[in-house]
Design a protein around this ligand. Structure first.
Ligand code: 5GP
Length: 221
């Protein structure tokens, strides 16, 4: 029995979980916790032309590249999706990074904006699951951004000014969670992940398994 379960696990196709939220909603912390708690989820490390923030690690948070290197990736069609942000930086998801996980049954977590989520959904509709996090209030959001201490007041004001635009895309997502309590939000996302893993399209090993069951019935007659 254990052997069968092991085999079914191996032939599962990984899912792509995209989490999006306005800055300061807690997306970063939530993504880190989900990855820490579940070794079967891998983070899709994006390429960006923005400069590293304090504490960010090359190859862990992002692959930090020059504009020229980014253009080379574009020319090679190396990206699943890519966007130019309102702040002038560019971001892209490497195909090689994602496919190496999905094809061996590992789920991938993405931290990307709604425009990227839209592109990913078009390219891989069966593989993509999108989750939108809303802040409990705008006042709370501003407070969290200031307390985070990673951005200047100028950048915070810029981020606040595009929040309306960001929030207007909430209804393009499969799941929406208001992040009132971090722990509860993490639990809710873990439940979504468990459910999505069970979907028939992801259990690509089922066909063979059912065939064997049918043969067993026929042979026992
Ligand atoms: P930050 O510069 O604060 O790390 O990210 C800015 C925005 O870019 C966030 O909304 C983040 O989710 C988004 N982002 C990060 N990586 C990617 C990516 O590979 N593709 C897209 N479309 N957006 C990304």
């Amino acid at each position: 029995m254990d052997e069968i379960i092991d085999r079914l696990k191996k032939v599962r196709k990984g899912a792509m979980f995209i989490i999006e939220a306005p800055s300061g909603t807690g997306k970063g912390t939530i993504c880190k916790e989900l990855l820490r708690r579940d070794p079967n989820i891998k983070f899709s490390v994006s390429v960006t032309t923005r400069k590293p923030r304090e504490g960010e690690v090359e190859g862990v948070d992002y692959f930090f590249v020059s504009d020229q290197q980014y253009d080379e990736f574009l020319a090679q069609d190396a990206f699943y999706e890519h966007v130019d942000s309102q702040y002038g930086s560019r971001y892209g998801t490497l195909r090689s990074e994602v496919d190496s996980f999905i094809n061996v049954g590992q789920d991938v977590l993405f931290d990307m904006d709604w425009a990227g989520a839209r592109q990913m959904r078009q390219k891989a509709p069966d593989d993509v699951v999108t989750i939108y996090l809303l802040p409990p209030s705008i006042k709370e959001l501003r407070k969290r951004l200031i307390n985070r201490g990673t951005d200047s007041m100028e950048v915070i004001e810029q981020r606040m000014s595009i929040i309306l635009d960001k929030i207007s895309h909430w209804d393009e997502f499969d799941y929406v969670i208001v992040n009132v309590n971090l722990e509860e939000t993490i639990t809710k996302i873990q439940k979504i992940i468990s459910g999505e893993r069970m979907r028939r399209v992801r259990q690509v090993g089922l066909k063979g398994f059912v065939k064997e069951l049918v043969n067993e019935v026929k042979n026992s007659n």
